[in-house]
Design a protein around this ligand. Sequence first.
Ligand code: FES
Ligand SMILES: [Fe+2]
Length: 402
Amino acid sequence: MTKPGFTDIFGRLLEQVRDGYRPEPFLGYSNTRFYTDSEWFEKERSALFKNKPILVGHLSMLSKPGDVFTHDHLGIPIMVVKGKDENIRAFLNVCRHRGVRLVNTDETSNKTSFVCPYHNWVYNLQGDLTHIPLHDESFPTIDPACHNLKELPLGLCEGLIFVCPDPAGSVDMDQHLGMLKADFARFGVTDHVFFRQSTRRLKTNWKLLVEAFQDSYHVKRLHKKTVAPGFLDAVARSERSGDHILAVVARNEFPEAIDLPPEQWDLRHHASCAMYLFPNVEVVVHPDYISYLAFFPIAVDETVVVHTCFIEEAPTNEKAQAHWERAFDIIENGVFGPEDYFVCEQAQIGMASGANTHFTMGAHEYGIGQFHQILTDHVGKFDHQSPAQLQSIDAPNRAHRS
Ligand code: FES
Ligand SMILES: [Fe+2]
């Protein structure tokens, strides 16, 4: 499997534009049961969300020793903490006595230790059980060392924090990210700082949300009043890089790069770079900030979306603060919410009507086909039915019109 980076793809898109742009030929079919079948949904959840590295945050969310944030969207309570030794660790946010949750704040908080509210067992920031009230008379025989918090495998890459939700699992960042590490470095992900996060619960299958970001076809239409004026119409290229997909979408300035040597290509000025990060994240590199959307399946038709925004430096005055508040509000409440999320929820409603047995995807939705290949590799093959079978399903409709 080749693992191209953004510059490779940018160069190949430039060649395509130089030669008179035509997208790669593609015609794909997606059975609507792929988004409505509960059994298949459970298969996806266990293959993709139980023991793979999942992006949960960024180092800038934990600036001081004792800073901790919680993460509950994988169906198990997780906390990520910065220790006194400055190391980052992830634990199940679960007391080892009778299972009560230890940290209960949504935002990052600061702790010197974790005290369970139920019977006050105390754990230090490294997860060691350090105090049991009435230990000698109540539990004279138990060894506290056998009741430390359950630690989860954790990996760091360019400031991003990945956690495997299975204590017996593992995280290998080099194997998981491959060439993406260089791309995260290129965009200075390590040096960005956390600015805002919004969480929404949407009535749509998680894959429809991923697919909305693999489709350059809709940009000029769905987003015509918002971001579309900055882009050429569906001039884009996406390529698989390991289990991830990198997409370069041409901005109006893209043709300026045709006569420039590669060292003068500006991936944030000439194009917009976006990345599907396996299994459930879309990273979007905006001209002056980076955001990522993490899609967590809750039910076959319900998804939690966590949108997190990072900027190059923390605002130092009110004007800068207001600028970034506005930028986040525009993308979250002006573009993603009323446009992308809205159509995904509508498509889910449309599927329930029975109007479509399948979706037909054209050349500008090529990235969706790549996403499906990746899912096939990890979950197994879904029977989308052949085009011939699908044509016979459509035949009565055509006969009716003639
Ligand atoms: S459940 Fe935590 S101390 Fe008892
Ligand atoms: Fe969109």
